[in-house]
Ligand binder design. Structure first.
Ligand code: GAL
Length: 417
């Protein structure tokens, strides 16, 4: 069923380039979930880059924010003995596939290009398995952002909130002004993205204890009960039609002024830029109130599956090398909303939110306040992540009160371990 719904298009840019007389440098079939306007614009930067190197691109998009549907489609392809050559992948999923022995070794290109010296350890924890490179990181996203319509903020007092009480005051003012205060899509990964930020706002130690170390006292204690109380409070600011809405449609509500703000990773910025909006003028980017100085990150990486055809292997290496080029990392991430995965890329081409993203990341990395995002596969393996999703979403939809939710979280994590 998935296979039927999957679109496969051979990209014309590569064909045109080849038609122009360039020898083919092989073909890569790329499975990804970058289908929104901003994501597709960023992907085009990559397609064009590869086309200029003679690499043909076979597109395998699987829509669905956060990549759950893409991972299901991937499993089906591998089970059928027909793995795509390159796959967009997050954190623990890369480790899981590497552990299965499914990923190609990229050590020779990584060594000749000196990746070790420029990729931060937090990313290498996922790009490398057993000391060998198995994926090329294309970016660093972070999830603890809020995207605010500037006009709506001005009408609500003009001051960006820096703590919970100020946030609630702004949301109340937006409600009084007759707009939807919080643009949100009721999908498990989106609920979990807000949850990540609320947990982080309770402190670095609490985030680490609950989301990474899975400490039962943190998962089920009073602070977690307060997290769920806050989630319920935030739920009271979404509109009636939030259920199932895609994240980019929620971004559009903020862009067109129908809603005041969205709590979402910085891929949302790609949507604002696509709509010709300018940071500081049309929209404002802030860290989720109470989390300035800390970052929950996720990194999109391209993992290469083992293939036998030497031509395909060559194309995989060309793609890995292209993804890691500093010029490409700047061009791509400026459009995507993320920041480079390399530490040596200048920030000149980035807008104010991008510059802030880069500075925040460096600061958090230096201070020990950089953590993998639970919602986006960088804190715990998918089995535990999915168990947390279920509880967070059931609570968001009113199935549990805050106390029950905290108790359910402890039980769900214990079962999934
Ligand atoms: C994230 C991914 C981003 C963006 C987002 C929404 O998991 O890292 O690149 O695609 O999902 O689809």
């Amino acid at each position: 069923m998935f296979m039927k719904s999957v679109l496969r298009i051979t990209v014309s840019a590569a064909v045109l380039a080849l038609g122009g007389g360039m020898a083919s440098a092989g073909n890569v079939e790329v499975l990804h979930w970058w289908t929104s306007g901003g994501e597709a614009a960023a992907l085009n930067v990559l397609k064009d880059d590869l086309a200029s190197k003679g690499v043909e691109w076979q597109d395998m998009p699987v829509a669905g924010g956060g990549g759950e549907a893409a991972m299901t489609a991937l499993r089906a392809r591998v089970t059928a003995g027909n793995a795509p050559t390159a796959v967009q992948m997050l954190g623990f999923d890369i480790r899981d596939w590497a552990a299965e022995g499914a990923l190609a070794n990229l050590d020779d290109v990584a060594t000749s290009e000196g990746w070790d010296a420029v990729v931060p350890d937090a990313l290498k924890a996922f790009s490398k398995y057993d000391g060998h490179w198995v994926a090329a990181p294309v970016n660093v996203h972070s999830t603890n952002w809020v995207w605010i319509n500037k006009k709506a903020l001005d009408a609500a007092g003009g001051k960006a909130p820096t703590n919970w009480d100020e946030l609630i005051a702004v949301l109340d003012a937006m409600k009084a002004n007759g707009i939807t205060p919080l643009a949100h899509g009721g999908q498990a990964w989106q609920d979990a993205t807000i949850f990540d930020a609320v947990v982080l706002s309770m402190g670095n130690d609490f985030y680490k204890a609950s989301m990474i170390d899975l400490d039962e006292n943190a998962l089920g204690g009073d602070t977690m009960v307060e997290v769920f109380n806050r989630m319920a409070k935030l739920r009271s600011y979404v509109d009636d039609n939030f259920s199932g809405r895609d994240w980019n449609l929620a971004s559009a509500m903020v862009i067109n002024g129908e809603a005041g703000m969205q709590m979402m990773g910085d891929w949302a910025k790609g949507e604002f830029l696509r709509a010709d909006q300018v940071p500081g003028k049309d929209f404002v980017c802030i860290r989720f109130p109470g989390t300035q100085g800390s970052v929950t990150f996720n990194s999109d990486q391209f993992a290469m599956f083992k293939v036998n055809d030497p031509e395909a292997q060559k194309a995989q290496k060309l793609m890995a090398s292209a993804v890691m080029s500093p010029v490409f990392q700047s061009a791509f991430n400026v459009v995507k909303g993320s920041v480079p995965a390399r530490t040596d890329v200048p920030n000149d081409a980035f807008d104010d939110c991008g510059k802030k993203g880069m500075a925040d990341l460096a600061e958090a990395n230096a201070n020990g306040s950089l953590f993998g995002s639970m919602a986006h596969g960088h804190a715990v393996p998918a089995s535990i992540k999915n168990a947390m999703y279920d509880v967070v979403t059931a609570h968001f939809n009113g199935e549990y009160d805050a106390k029950e939710a905290a108790a359910e979280l402890v039980a769900a994590v214990a079962d999934a371990k």
